[in-house]
Ligand binder design. Sequence first.
Ligand SMILES: [Zn+2]
Length: 344
Amino acid sequence: MYLKLFYIDGFVESMKARFLIIAFLMSITFHAQSFNIDDIGYIHPDNYDSTIGLLSTDHLWDKNIFKVCWIDKSKLPEKKMRWVREALKRSWEKYSSVRFVGWRECSSLHSDIRIKVVDERSTSYLGTAALTRDSKEYTMRLNFTYKKFAPYECEPFNKGLKFCVQGTAVHEFGHALGFAHEQHRHDTPDTCEYTDDDDWDTPFGEWDEHSVMNYCNPLRNNGGYLSATDKRMVATFYPPAKNLIMPGFNAQYYLERNPEIFELTDMNYGEAYKYWINEGIQMGQRASREFDIRFYINHYKDIKRNFGVDYKSAYWYWVNQDRKSSRIGSKEVLVSIIIITALM
Ligand SMILES: [Zn+2]
């Protein structure tokens, strides 16, 4: 491997400076065309135009660390509290920068999510709507027993109480993050009988039968495991803090535009890079604003002559030679250079 792996936190300074200038210029110059400054890893939900699920953009948080507490914690069984935390770790937390912290007794100290455990219907305030709630009141109800309330909801699956408690927790914490019921979408098929229209505003892409947020999922709350589209949704709106940036490759850029690779690599950035190098680049796939193999090949006659359709070799040539010279790898970079030159 003759490339150095580096993450955005330990970004090479000159690269960083270059990206920031480009990102800044693009943000002011192309605002009307909705350019995102996603090369530095930020996407505003309003500018994101595809994918899945259903959410309330008014209720998304602008943070990713949430303090959680239990009401009357000392009376609650340790084991079941652990089930909840395990389920969140393998779902929302695994595929995003979301972290649920604290988990102490609710007290006068502020917590974002305050859980009351009771044998009733489980509920949660939708995202930031929890802020309207008195700080002494619960914002979420979870059921640890299912004896009085809806035992029939769990029994048909014959998977035991853990299955039900964990699935419900993942579903309710989805609401706490601002995600609404999938079956509230207007394009919900007639076969799904829970169609009502409240508190939703933004459907994304295809209706997702397997979402943890879908009452019509054949498996209750998808067993507490995120569907492929749930993973993409949470990763989009609460993006993982670290991004893998390589020459010509930005993991977030690549995965957001290629859902099938997101799924294939289970959002593992290193795997996504390997896939791009071994398969994607040869298919002409683009993985950053900085580099577009088709532009590069067509822009320079000598590159086209020397490499033809051997995109992978052309990419390595760009990495090792042209990238360090004044030769450019994409139309966007070309435009930025023209603007910088014009400003000087
Ligand atoms: Zn719900």
